[in-house]
Design a protein around this ligand. Structure first.
Ligand SMILES: Nc1ncnc2c1ncn2[C@@H]1O[C@H](COP(=O)(O)OP(=O)(O)OP(=O)(O)O)[C@@H](O)[C@H]1O
Ligand SMILES: [Mg+2]
Length: 326
């Protein structure tokens, strides 16, 4: 039996800005189990980063507001209601960075330019463990070595602006996993890097995940990136999960027209026929859509699709799809 680590239960969330109100997350039902690897895939603006930031409350409240549902983190076997905690209170700080950690596309957004690599790392380590300064330093260097940072002892004393993009990403990974989190969200961690470095960094994340038996949520707009990295995939579209299943189910027998279109638009996964870009474009986030979020771009649209949101239905072997026609 898999053990639940993090649950999103029917989450609906919105941003209220001067331009209007968005429906950023809609009926998100998702469970992350201990040690599992999950890919979250979807086009820009579909709610991937918001989903990752929600359990550690890294969102601009009260402009961002959850209007329905619960997020439960199973902390040492005890359910912890993430949304009931204060945004920057003690309780959420026990989870953020320690239990759930996050790495981003742009390392400079989470690394300080005015502190050395080492001073940032020991601060984090000392905050979340009972190591003293000497122990924290040795641990930091050890983590840098595990993230395959060459000359880790020297890099420890460097400032982040002195490092290359790939090296900064390694430093961020070392930092992200230095307190042995149970769950790591990697939000487009390699998008800014060139292809060879991308592959190395993804390999590194995968190795560390296995070594630490940590759950991994890898976020990307690129299905090809997750294909060899994760056991399961959730496909997001306009703040809905439209399909979820094992990587094989999603890639080999996709059921949702959007997933099919995504696969058809990827060169490396699709070699027989010519590439087909997905028709149409993503609607404006402030527009109100009735019915299925994908109907305007869908070839199989019916009158019902325009009126009702399809339920998220579980098919054989836990393959879930939100489509009347699947
Ligand atoms: N600071 C903000 N202010 C207003 N709306 C926001 C803000 N951040 C996110 N949103 C809304 O939430 C939606 C989802 O944003 P999110 O960053 O999660 O997308 P994403 O899937 O991570 O996209 P990308 O692939 O570009 O990173 C956006 O379309 C936008 O409507
Ligand atoms: Mg994002």
């Amino acid at each position: 039996m898999r053990k639940k680590l993090l649950e999103y239960r029917n989450i609906a969330a919105q941003f209220n800005t001067i331009e209007g109100q968005t429906n950023t997350l809609n009926d998100i039902d998702l469970t992350i189990y201990e040690g599992m690897s999950l890919g979250i895939v979807g086009e820009s603006g579909c709610g991937k980063s918001v989903t990752a930031r929600l359990p550690i409350r890294l969102l601009p409240e009260p402009m961002f507001k959850v209007t329905n549902g619960d997020v439960i983190y199973h902390h040492n076997g005890e359910p912890f209601e993430v949304l009931k905690a204060k945004q920057n209170g003690k309780e959420i700080n026990k989870i953020r960075g320690k239990e759930i950690s996050m790495i981003f596309q742009e390392p400079m957004s989470s690394l300080s330019p005015i502190h050395t690599v080492g001073s940032q790392m020991i601060e984090l380590i000392m905050q979340h463990t009972d190591m003293d300064k000497t122990e924290a330093k040795e641990h930091a260097i050890h983590m840098l070595e595990r993230a395959r940072v060459p000359r880790a002892r020297d890099v420890y004393d460097d400032y982040t602006f002195q490092l290359s993009g790939g090296m900064r990403q390694r430093v961020m990974i070392a930092m992200g996993v230095s307190c042995s989190p149970r769950l790591l969200f990697a939000d487009e961690p390699t998008t800014a890097l060139d292809v060879t470095i991308q592959a190395q960094i993804l390999g590194l994340i995968k190795d560390i995940q296995r070594e630490q038996n940590m759950a991994l949520v890898l976020i990307t707009h690129d299905l090809a990136v997750v294909a060899n990295m994760v056991e399961e995939i959730a496909v997001f579209y306009l703040g809905y999960i439209v399909e979820q299943g094992t990587t094989d189910q999603i890639l080999k027998s996709p059921k949702h027209p959007y997933t099919k279109a995504l696969i058809a638009s990827i060169p490396t996964l699709h070699t027989n026929e010519s590439l087909k870009p997905i028709k149409g474009s993503i609607p404006d986030p402030y527009s109100k859509i009735t019915g299925c979020p994908f109907w305007m771009r869908c070839d199989k649209v019916t009158a019902k699709c325009r009126e009702e949101v399809p339920p998220f239905v579980t098919h054989e072997n836990e393959h879930k799809v939100r489509c009347f026609e699947a």
